[in-house]
Design a protein around this ligand. Structure first.
Ligand code: KDG
Length: 315
């Protein structure tokens, strides 16, 4: 029985094995990627039942993804196969510090043809939580409509909706269009999880308190703002802003996927009815674990690994 539904574009990632530019890279390791996919993997490893809704190409990458998801125990009844368009992928540099450079091969991909009719074909009954990001609505008109349709359906089924803006500037035509679309999605969500820079870009406001109030005044129940190594803060409707300290990571290997690890912690914590401070602490912990590996999701912890890292707060 599914507990969580998420939708988006899974991609194959090819990670350069040695530092340097993408054009000079000669050897790559293959992995799975996609913001919502990372969250699906994380939740599934913590034994939550997740269904992933997408459209894959009828090609080797699409087949790899189906096997990968089955292996990760992600429910695949939300997968549609497109007979024409191909599964997307992206390239990622290896860096010794800072964020890696990435390059997408996803224009006109199978997943970018996801549409509201695909969402309607999927059974939402019994699910409790929908997680969406700001990447999918940037992919195409039909993908954007699919995201809005999924929120509508989640509402019909009384589900909780979380939204991670996950700003990818290169996927948007203009900043105004991005702000308008993202803030509309936020206004329809229960919980929004922006990074501090994203919050500033989307609201034009400066402080975390102002950013949180902007979304609470729109009707969100809670705003959880990520601040890298420092941790995160959150504000729930009717409460004051609270801070939750982050974890120090001695050796950062690759920062991609940290936000999805954070979302995994917050969503799983809420589903397990932890107080928000504990859910956010778990988010900080999983975000820190993710950045110790080169893949976007390979280090997402199992329950035992999480408890080992966090002690009793991992529960
Ligand atoms: O959040 C991690 C994602 O950025 C990565 O897995 C790839 O989905 C991706 C994207 O669009 O950048």
């Amino acid at each position: 029985m599914k507990e969580v539904i998420t939708l988006g574009e899974p991609m194959v990632v090819f990670m350069a094995d040695a530092p340097g530019s993408l054009e000079d890279a000669e050897h790559f390791s293959k992995g799975m990627a996609g913001a919502e996919m990372n969250v699906a993997i994380g939740l599934s490893r913590l034994e939550h039942d997740v269904m992933y809704l997408t459209k894959l190409g009828n090609d080797p990458f699409g087949k790899y993804m189906q096997k990968f998801m089955a292996n990760e125990k992600i429910l695949t009844d939300g997968i549609h196969i497109d007979p024409v368009y191909q599964t997307g992928f992206y390239l990622k540099t290896k860096v010794l510090e800072g964020d890696p450079e990435i390059f997408y091969y996803r224009k006109n991909s199978a997943a970018s043809h996801l549409c509201p009719e695909d969402v309607d074909k999927v059974d939402f009954a019994g699910a409790k939580w929908l997680h969406v990001t700001g990447i999918s609505p940037a992919l195409s008109e039909s993908c954007r409509a699919a995201v809005f349709r999924s929120i509508e359906r989640a509402r019909e089924y009384g589900m909780t909706v979380s939204f991670d803006p996950n700003i990818r500037v290169s996927l948007w035509e203009t900043t105004e269009e991005m702000q308008e679309c993202m803030n509309k999605i936020a206004s329809l969500s229960d919980y929004i999880l922006p990074g501090i820079k994203e919050g500033k870009i989307l609201t034009g406001l400066d402080t975390v308190d102002e950013i949180a109030d902007f979304y609470l005044n729109m009707g969100c129940k809670g705003v959880i703002i990520k601040n890298g190594e420092k941790g995160a803060c959150y504000k729930l409707k009717g409460e004051s802003l609270k801070e939750v300290a982050g974890y120090h990571v001695e050796h950062i290997v690759d920062t991609v996927g940290a936000g999805d690890g954070f979302a995994t912690g917050v969503i799983s914590g809420c589903l397990e009815k932890l107080p928000m401070a504990e859910a956010v602490r778990r988010g900080n912990a999983i975000g820190s674990i993710v950045i110790t590996s080169k893949g976007d999701n390979e280090n997402l912890p199992t329950r035992d690994e999480l408890i080992k890292f966090m002690g009793n707060n991992g529960r």
